[in-house]
Structure formats: structure tokens, C-alpha cells
Design a protein around this ligand. Structure first.
Ligand code: NDP
Ligand code: GUE
Ligand code: MG
Length: 283
């Protein structure tokens, strides 16, 4: 058996195509959406993610605003840019690319953002809205996971989902999203304190690996026919390496690979959050 690829790259192309029409309608009404990125320092990975986000904006007609700061920027420098973006009517939404260089307080930076302009859905207010099942921007990577499964008709209602990792950007908010009534999965979150990770994975209909440990999920840990989504990204000698070993494709029914799976979906959901806010109207 060889798994069907959950093709995030192709799905992103469809999403950008759908967003183009919505952005054209907003532009015709004089309300072109704008996405800003705040990038501090010169980490090559962060630079390439930010570049990709601006390319996506250009494809759909979203105005993009880049605020790049040097690696030695102070907390006050970062907060000044945040205050400017909060006040800028051309900026519908923005992200502060994480991680920030050592010495900067990313929690304080995130909290200073206008929660309604938080395109990442990572502001404490928006995480709180998710807990309370109130509307607000959803965290992009978790939303990308759910959207990719939905577009391939992989059922989540009643499914047993095991998530590897409880990080703030992926695992923990994904658990909250999957357990909304509208999704209705039953979730197990694993972490380094989990007694038997392999047993938790083997019980799952859907596995989401977001630990950042290359090759952690091996074929013997996957129930035949399960859907497996790789989220972990490690930069290796020859490109990006995920948390899921390649042989897993022989037992899984569906596989979202690294690269080409959830990563592009994260970008699609970022732009979706911005367009949704522009459509709601800002004031
Ligand atoms: N594709 C995409 O769009 C994105 C990909 N990523 C990638 O996803 C991965 C996770 O990101 P993030 O949540 O920020 O990372 P964190 O470092 O915050 O979290 C990693 C989690 O994995 C758990 N973990 C690590 N090793 C093991 C293990 N051997 N067994 C069980 N659990 C383990 C940790 O457990 P504990 O809490 O006990 O330490 C922790 O909860 C990274 O590789 C990151 O690069 C992130 C964002 C977007
Ligand atoms: N505030 C903030 N928001 C984020 O959403 C955020 C962040 N900080 N910091 C880092 C992580 C990581 N992340 C990815 C985005 C796109 C791809 C992506 O498009 N990946 C492509 C390949 C990219 C490549 O080749 O380098 C793929 O998997 O096919 C991956 C990872 C968002 N993150
Ligand atoms: Mg984290």
C-alpha cells in the first residue's frame, strides 16, 4: 500500500486562486487587504518563510508591508514597529516572525499586538477565544491541518487523533481546534512525559507529528490505513526533514509530507485570516 499524498502545495494554489477573487472584490470596494511581516535578524529559515509569504500576497493582490529589523534590535525597537502597525489603516493583519533573537521577549511582543490584527491567531486573546469557542483568527498551522484533511474528505468527526507535541504554535492549539463541536475529533496530545508514545500513535486514525525530531514516527507506530500529517521541520544537510520516516507511506492511507504538505497550508491560512478580517470590515 502506498499512501495518497495530502498535497499542500497544490491545495495552496487552489486557496490562492479562491482568495484572488475575494481580494478583487474588496479592492473594487476600495478595501484592499494588507498583510505586514515583522522580521528581526537574519536567520535564513525565517527570511525564506517571510519571502514566501510576500510572494503569496503578490499572487492574490494583497498589499504586503515588510518591516525588517537588524539582529541587534531592542525590545523597544520591536514594540515601536508593533505600535505603528496597530495604528496603520493599510495593515489589515500582521505577524511577528518567530522565534525572535535571544534576549527579546516574544510573549510581550505578541501581547502588544492588536488582537484583531493578529493574522497568526497566536495572541493570548485569540487563544482565549479559541478556548471559549468564540469567533476570531485561528492559529494558521492547526487550521492548515484541519483544512487539508477537509479538502481530501478525511473524516474527523468521531476520529481518534494523536498529536505528537504540545508546542504553543502547533500541538496545543491544534488540540483545541480538533475538539471544537464543529470538528468533533477525540484528541490525545503526546509530549516528552508520555509513557508510551508508540502505543498512543498506534491507536490513532489520524496522526499529526509536530515534535521537531527527524524520523520520530516510524512505520511500526502507525495503524494500517491511518492518515499521517508531518508538521515537524528540521533543516538538514540536503533540505528539510520531517518527523515522519519515509517508510510510513507504505502503511498510511494518506500522508502530508515535508516539504509540500502542511507548510504551504500554513501560508494559505495566514492569507485567509487577513482576507476574512478585511471582509468583516475593520473600523
Ligand atoms: N509546517 C509548518 O507550517 C510549521 C512547522 N513547525 C515545526 O513544527 C515543529 C513543532 O513546532 P513547535 O510546536 O513550535 O515546537 P516546540 O519545540 O514548541 O514543541 C515541540 C513539542 O514536541 C514534544 N517532543 C519533542 N520530542 C519528543 C519526543 N521524543 N516524544 C514526544 N514528544 C516530543 C515536546 O515535548 P515537551 O513539551 O515535553 O518538551 C514539545 O511539546 C517544529 O519542527 C517546527 O519547526 C512549526 C510551525 C509551523
Ligand atoms: N509568527 C510566526 N508564524 C508562523 O506561522 C511561523 C513562525 N512565526 N515561525 C516559524 C514557523 C514555521 N512556519 C512555516 C511556514 C511555511 C512553511 C512552508 O511553506 N514550507 C514549505 C517549504 C519551505 C522551504 O522550502 O523552505 C513546505 O513545507 O513545503 C514552513 C514553515 C511558519 N511559522
Ligand atoms: Mg513553540
Amino acid at each position: 500500500m502506498t499512501a495518497t499524498k495530502l498535497d499542500g502545495k497544490a491545495t495552496l494554489a487552489s486557496i490562492l486562486d479562491e482568495l484572488s477573487g475575494r481580494v478583487a472584490a474588496l479592492t473594487a470596494a476600495g478595501r484592499t487587504p494588507g498583510l505586514a511581516t515583522v522580521l528581526v535578524g537574519d536567520d535564513p529559515g525565517s527570511q525564506s518563510y517571510v519571502r514566501a509569504k510576500h510572494n503569496d500576497c503578490a499572487k492574490v493582490g494583497i498589499t504586503s508591508i515588510r518591516r525588517d529589523l537588524p539582529a541587534d534590535a531592542t525590545q523597544a525597537d520591536v514594540e515601536k514597529v508593533i505600535d505603528e502597525l496597530n495604528a496603520d489603516p493599510a495593515c489589515t493583519g500582521y505577524i511577528v516572525q518567530l522565534p525572535l533573537p535571544k534576549g527579546l521577549d516574544s510573549g510581550a511582543a505578541l501581547e502588544r499586538m492588536d488582537p484583531d490584527k493578529d493574522a497568526d491567531g497566536l495572541h493570548p486573546t485569540n487563544l482565549g477565544r479559541l478556548v471559549l469557542q468564540e469567533p476570531g483568527p485561528l492559529p494558521c498551522t492547526p487550521r492548515g491541518v484541519v483544512e487539508l484533511l477537509r479538502r481530501y474528505d478525511v473524516p474527523l468527526n468521531g476520529a481518534k487523533v494523536t498529536v505528537l507535541g504540545r508546542g504553543v504554535t502547533v500541538g496545543r492549539p491544534l488540540g483545541l481546534l480538533l475538539t471544537l463541536r464543529s470538528v468533533n475529533a477525540t484528541v490525545t496530545l503526546c509530549h516528552t512525559g508520555t509513557k508510551d508514545v508508540a502505543a498512543e500513535l498506534r491507536a490513532a486514525d489520524v496522526i499529526v507529528a509536530a515534535a521537531g525530531v527527524p524520523g520520530l514516527v516510524t512505520a511500526d507506530m502507525v495503524k494500517p490505513g491511518a492518515a499521517v500529517l508531518d508538521v515537524g521541520i528540521t533543516r538538514g544537510e540536503d533540505g528539510l526533514v520531517g518527523d515522519v520516516a519515509p517508510e510510513v507511506a507504505e502503511v498510511a492511507s494518506y500522508l502530508a509530507p515535508v516539504p509540500g504538505g502542511v507548510g504551504p497550508m500554513t501560508r494559505g491560512m495566514l492569507l485567509t485570516n487577513v482576507v476574512e478580517r478585511a471582509e468583516r470590515g475593520t473600523e
